[in-house]
Design a protein around this ligand. Structure first.
Ligand code: TXA
Ligand code: MG
Length: 336
């Protein structure tokens, strides 16, 4: 398939992108979290094309993207809590799960009776959605299993030749996917942590749970099917080192042929051949922004077959970094 890449983001080009959506095609577009791979959310055939372009299992449901929180009424049954959350966090990196209306095809929800809804804060994304005149179903624009794309170049590498258009816009400011909160359960539950934290959500809804699947390998069917698969993985094996900094440095200092993810503060490790910093140890937002790009950079070097990473904090945005890293590691954590 011929993929058109748009570097110049102007009205005319966004209208052309919207036209592709109206005609049942696929367009990758930037958002503040990660790049999305969009299709008309009301067109089951278009949704099916997303699954084949990504090699994604078809029981893994898609998030639908709208440009205004009130548009959710067309697609799902909202409630008071939805509007409280919308007032505080939308547009932004929060996805909410609600019971779906009939208009949303099962091809989009992976057969579920619920649908995930999000209003991105990226101006390019919202303008593109508005022009399309319909909700846009979009998973992250990576091949299934790869780290999510945070730069246009990542999307081009994974999707060129598989989709109609790539809107090559800005780098994703946040760098990890949205927080997913289900309002379709008796007690609201976080299915996936993100920039909107547990602590912040608790201010709006004091009763809130975190799904077990966030930090643990799931054996049964998790609430969020996307948590089932090993995810976000680079080609090399990833191992998380759970220890104090001194012990981690002592363990890694001779591993000159391994990829080493560390922090700005890890001066000794940073002088090793294949080490990369995730930013400051005390800045989880910086770590969030860099994680997927760093994992992809290791992919560019075929000599690296093993990557070691530190254990992120499980507080605030740290929980989101930990959730992604532990999946990239296939839950391989080495305690020292
Ligand atoms: O930041 C984001 O959310 C990005 C950008 C593009 O908006 N999108 C994204 O989509 O991360 P994706 O498909 O890579 O991840 C969506 C996750 C999956 O784990 C899926 O299982 C879950 O959302 N999900 C979607 N609809 C659901 C539903 N109705 N019930 C439970 N989980 C759902
Ligand atoms: Mg994804």
């Amino acid at each position: 398939m011929n993929t058109e890449i748009i570097y110049d983001i102007n009205d005319e080009n966004l209208d052309r992108a919207a036209e592709i959506i109206k005609n049942g095609g696929l367009v990758a577009f930037p958002t503040e979290t990660v790049y999305g791979l969009g299709a008309n959310a009301l067109d089951p055939l278009a949704a099916k094309k997303i699954y084949s372009a990504k090699n994604r299992p078809s029981n893994n449901p898609l998030i639908i993207h709208i440009s205004d929180p009130a548009d959710a009424e067309k697609y799902c049954f909202t409630n008071e809590l939805y509007y409280k959350l919308a007032k505080r966090f939308m547009p932004g990196p929060l996805t909410v799960i609600l019971p779906k209306k009939d208009i949303v095809p099962y091809a989009v929800t992976g057969g579920l009776e619920t649908v995930a809804v999000r209003v991105p804060s990226s101006k390019t994304a919202r303008s593109f959605i508005e022009r399309s005149g319909v909700a846009i179903a979009a998973p992250s624009a990576n091949l299934s299993g790869k780290p999510s794309p945070t730069k246009a170049q990542h999307v081009i590498l994974d999707m060129y030749g598989r989709i109609d258009m790539i809107i090559a816009g800005e780098d994703s400011q946040i760098g990890l996917e949205s927080t997913i909160l289900s309002l379709a359960e008796a007690v609201p539950k976080i299915y996936r942590p993100g920039k909107v934290t547990y602590e912040e959500l608790k201010e709006i809804c004091p009763d809130i749970l975190i799904s077990d699947a966030v930090l643990h390998m799931h054996t049964g069917r998790p609430e969020s099917p996307g948590m089932m698969y090993q995810h976000y993985a680079p080609k090399a094996k990833v191992t998380i080192i759970d220890s104090d900094d001194k012990t981690r440095t002592a363990f890694l200092i001779n591993k000159t042929d391994c990829g080493i993810l560390c922090y700005d503060e890890d001066k000794e490790l940073l002088s090793m051949p294949y080490s990369k910093s995730l930013g400051s140890k005390s800045e989880p937002l910086e770590q969030a922004k860099l994680l997927f790009a760093r994992l992809r950079e290791f992919d560019e070097n075929d000599d690296i077959t093993q990557i070691y990473a530190p254990m992120p904090s499980d507080k605030g945005v740290g929980l989101a970094v930990l959730n992604r890293l532990i999946r990239a590691a296939g839950f391989d954590v080495k305690e020292l």
